[in-house]
Design a protein. Structure first.
Length: 224
């Protein structure tokens, strides 16, 4: 009978190496399987991707914005006396220009069209449309907001009672003129759960990105 040969030190070392390799490969395969299952779940919508979040430079949702109350007996402002700057915060090309043209057709004075910037000078994107002015311009701001779908009014620190419209991603046009709920001899109505002007810290009003010239619009005015 042949006596079994005892494994040498080299054989034992090789066996340990093979065992370690098998363990490492097993862990890698398990990790890849988990990643694959997670990716499939995100792709199919079963799990929301942690990176798929709407970007906005304003933290609160539209429902939690501090919309200022208008003083009692405040009347709407005539359209032709309102100076509006229309800024694109939607991420869609051409929206500010289109909105500005529609406001002009309705009788407003559009002073500028461009791209919205946040307080740090970066491109601003909003899920909703913001209409902003200072306390003296609230009547004008609400007069403009009455024309816009999915909009909210906020108070800022601009020196003049002009109005900015930051057109957000959910904007889908002006309200039909015959459906605008404004009458020249009827006071403006404050939104539900509005905040007294004295209790609001006005937002900073950053300078907009300069409007591109017509010749350079495609290269310099990315969104408006």
């Amino acid at each position: 009978m042949t006596t079994p040969q005892q494994p040498t030190a080299r054989d034992r070392r090789r066996r340990r190496e093979h065992e370690r390799q098998a363990l490492v490969f097993g862990i890698l395969i398990a990790i890849l399987a988990v990643i694959g299952v997670g990716s499939l779940a995100v792709y199919t919508g079963a799990v929301e991707s942690p990176f798929n979040r709407g970007f906005t430079t304003i933290g609160e949702s539209k429902d939690t914005l501090q919309q200022p109350c208008v003083p009692d007996e405040t009347m709407p402002v005539s359209y032709k006396s309102v100076s509006v700057t229309v800024l694109n915060a939607s991420g869609r090309t051409g929206i500010a220009t289109i909105t500005g043209d529609m406001l002009v057709d309705r009788g407003f004075q559009v002073a500028e069209v461009g791209n919205a910037l946040d307080e740090n000078g970066n491109a601003e994107e909003l899920p909703y449309t913001l209409v902003s002015s200072n306390a003296a311009g609230l009547a004008a701001a609400y007069t403009v907001a009455a024309q816009l779908t999915n909009s909210a009014v906020v108070l800022d620190d601009r020196p003049e009672p002009t109005v900015d419209v930051r057109v957000g991603a959910n904007f889908d046009g002006l309200i039909p003129e015959d459906e605008v709920t404004l009458e020249a001899d009827v006071p403006l109505t404050s939104p539900d759960q509005c905040t007294d002007v004295e209790d609001i810290t006005p937002r900073h009003s950053p300078e907009p990105e300069p409007e591109a010239t017509e010749e350079g619009a495609d290269s310099t005015e990315a969104s408006s």
